[in-house]
Design a protein around this ligand. Structure first.
Ligand SMILES: Cc1cc2nc3c(=O)[nH]c(=O)nc-3n(C[C@H](O)[C@H](O)[C@H](O)COP(=O)(O)OP(=O)(O)OC[C@H]3O[C@@H](n4cnc5c(N)ncnc54)[C@H](O)[C@@H]3O)c2cc1C
Ligand code: FES
Length: 259
């Protein structure tokens, strides 16, 4: 069972892997190693409550008493987390939320844009460990060490595309998807996606048009991370009411939410 706990955790490794992006490895005493791809944690930035709110991060990889995260510096909280040193300690609440549900009859195509790779990396690792076949389309603005790391890790399963053509095809991830699907033999596909809102919208519309099921992982600003403050609410699709990204998601079937 995935047990939600607040783990007093220790940094065991922190490496700069790209401009402003760190690979942070944490030791979580008592963590049983169980989490689903797409789940996330709330990281308490420091003990002084400045910044006050915890910050949400996707689980990149996990094992017994270990978790890894990709941390991109975008503001005060992420900068403080990214600059943690070996043996620094802070609290990690998790694993939280609903992750990806994999339909084993269909061929999974994982479509990621930029930092949207984090939850899909975990999904790809899980599919690899289950010896399942899948593909990743990874789109970024231009060639980057992160793109190289994804290619090195998942090898031929990855199609790299860049907006400026500096690595792989010159295309957006969504642009590459259509041609990619036309050239594979699998007829039953399922799409899993995470990335900028514009990209998720395009993937959703693509899935509707082609009658392909799509699951998307959403990123919203979060307060509590456990469904209490309603700060991360998103509108339901085709019906009244809201869903919370932290408790009902962050992964949703595309037909569930209005984006
Ligand atoms: C479920 C989930 C999983 C996430 N996984 C990762 C991950 O694996 N790696 C990673 O680097 N980031 C991830 N994020 C985004 C990360 O939580 C934010 O970058 C972080 O909270 C920013 O904190 P800050 O104090 O540095 O930025 P702030 O100073 O609070 O804001 C700086 C800028 O970042 C934007 N921002 C802040 N929070 C978010 C957010 N939640 N989503 C989108 N934009 C935001 C603000 O609008 C602002 O423009 C995830 C977010 C969610 C909701
Ligand atoms: S962050 Fe509080 S309800 Fe989602």
């Amino acid at each position: 069972m995935n047990k939600i706990r607040d783990y007093y955790s220790t940094v065991v490794n922190n490496t700069l892997i790209d401009n402003n992006i760190y690979l942070l490895e944490m030791f979580l005493p008592g963590f049983n190693g169980m989490a689903e791809p797409g789940q996330f944690v709330m990281i308490k930035v420091n003990e002084t409550y400045d910044p006050f709110l915890r910050r949400p991060y996707s689980i990149l990889e996990c094992s017994k008493e270990k978790m890894k995260f990709l941390i991109k510096i975008v503001g005060k909280g992420s900068k403080m987390i990214a600059h943690k040193k070996m043996n620094d300690k802070f609290n990690i609440l998790g694993p939280l939320g609903v992750g990806f549900r994999v339909n084993s009859n269909r061929y999974p195509v994982l479509v990621a844009g930029g930092m949207g790779i984090a939850p899909l990396w975990f999904l790809a690792k899980r599919l690899n460990s289950q010896k399942k076949k899948f593909s990743i389309i990874y789109g970024e603005r231009s060639a980057s060490p992160l793109g190289d790391k994804i290619k090195k890790t998942f090898k031929k399963k990855v199609l790299l595309v860049t907006d400026d053509g500096s690595r792989g095809l010159k295309s957006t991830a969504t642009g590459a998807l259509s041609a990619f699907l036309d050239n594979i033999t699998y007829k039953k596909i399922v799409l899993f996606s995470c990335g900028p809102p514009g990209m998720l919208k395009e993937i959703t519309n693509f899935g509707i048009k082609r009658k392909i099921p799509v699951s998307i992982s959403l990123e919203e600003r979060m307060g509590c991370g456990i469904g209490v403050c309603l700060g991360c609410s998103v509108k339901r699709k085709n019906t009244d009411g809201f869903l919370t990204v932290c408790k009902d998601g962050p992964v949703f079937r595309a037909e569930e939410v209005s984006i």
